[in-house]
Design a protein around this ligand. Structure first.
Ligand code: F6P
Length: 338
């Protein structure tokens, strides 16, 4: 019998359970046995695998988080690569790895050591190379757009400037898309340098022209007033944890505009809860294809959205740089500023 594993790695993201469900439904229909690896790579290292049947995944499509748990353990940083994952890894004919660019890079490295992996890209940041988009992004943009709608009415009531800090790591996808959808007066993204005095001028012009409130969306990866990323400590792998740039910019913007500035940091709200219908469908399409690739032994691959099709691409694509926001998309957002 074909033995297929599925593991969710790195930060969680709406749609992970929809992928697990799709892998289980599709692979079990072909007669395979499916193993859920608990808590990311750590579960594989510890042999913490649970059998998953169709019954175990009923009702999962709309549930946030991941029933398998996740962790930021990395077999190369915290162990000796594939060796650390044996003997559990050896029991599997294929392992579906659902991860962001970091976890998929680890998967690509394990593939060169002989682990038969199929990658599925997930992230709210939308920065995984090789795919036009990842599930989780649409949900995050919807959450931020809803928040902007709410912040706009209170900003208007008090004649305030609202700085809305959003996730996205080194990219401005969430900021730009939610800024467009929410009608923000300005959006700051890491890909485009900003000038705080120019921003203050445009806000002043807007307020003086009879619209005395503004929403400014700030991506967490935007540098602070000193030109350096603003960090809120380190994650468990020793990587900088971004956060705090809106608070760092607020006093200066208040000084330059003369208006009251308030900060709203949306944080993990953007990652929690139910995926949108779009993300449920995309995650399901990717999970079904991943199961088929695993069943056919087409490992060393990743599922990707290309145009309107979900296709298999070489997993090595994840070694490329994170996919930044294209300048044209920022230009589109900027037509509507202030
Ligand atoms: O990569 C997803 C993401 O939510 C980023 O947008 C954010 O910078 C980071 O993870 C937060 O990670 P943690 O959950 O470890 O705080």
């Amino acid at each position: 019998m074909t033995e297929i594993g599925v593991v969710t790695c790195g930060g969680d993201c709406p749609g992970l359970n929809a992928v697990i469900r799709a892998v289980v439904v599709r692979a079990s229909a072909a007669g395979a046995r499916i193993w859920g690896v608990r808590n990311g790579w750590r579960g594989l290292a510890e042999g913490d695998l649970v059998p998953l049947t169709r019954d175990d995944v009923r009702g999962l499509i709309g549930r946030g988080g991941t029933i398998l748990g996740t962790s930021r353990m990395d077999p190369y940083l915290h162990g000796s690569g594939l060796e650390t994952l044996r003997p559990a890894a050896d029991r599997l004919d294929a392992l579906v790895v659902v991860g962001g660019d970091g976890s998929l890079r680890t998967a690509a490295r394990l593939a060169t050591e002989g682990l038969p992996v199929v990658g599925v890209p997930k992230t709210i940041d939308n920065d995984v190379p090789g795919t036009d988009t990842s599930f989780g992004f649409d949900t995050a943009v919807q959450v931020v757009t809803d928040a902007i709608d709410r912040l706009t009415t209170t900003a208007e009531a008090h004649n305030r400037v609202m700085l809305v800090e959003v996730m996205g790591r080194t990219t401005g996808w969430i900021a730009a898309y939610s800024g467009i959808a929410g009608g923000a007066e300005a959006v700051l993204v890491p890909e485009v340098p900003y000038d705080l005095e120019e921003l203050a001028d445009s806000i002043r012009r807007r307020h003086r022209s009879g619209r005395p409130y503004s929403i400014v969306v700030v991506a967490e990866g935007v540098p602070g007033p000193d030109g350096r990323p603003v960090v809120a400590g380190e994650d468990s792998l020793g990587f900088a944890r971004l956060g705090g740039v809106a608070h760092a910019l607020a006093p200066r913007l208040e000084e330059l505009t003369g208006y009251e500035v308030r900060v709203s940091v949306l944080g993990h709200l953007q990652r929690g809860g139910s995926p949108t219908a779009y993300d449920r469908v995309l995650a399901t399409r990717m999970g079904v294809l991943a199961a088929e690739l695993a069943l056919e032994g087409r490992t060393g691959t990743m599922t990707a959205l290309r145009g309107d099709e979900v296709v298999a691409v070489d997993l090595d694509v994840v070694r490329e740089e994170p996919r930044g926001l294209p300048p044209s998309r920022y230009r589109l957002a900027s037509w509507f500023f202030a």
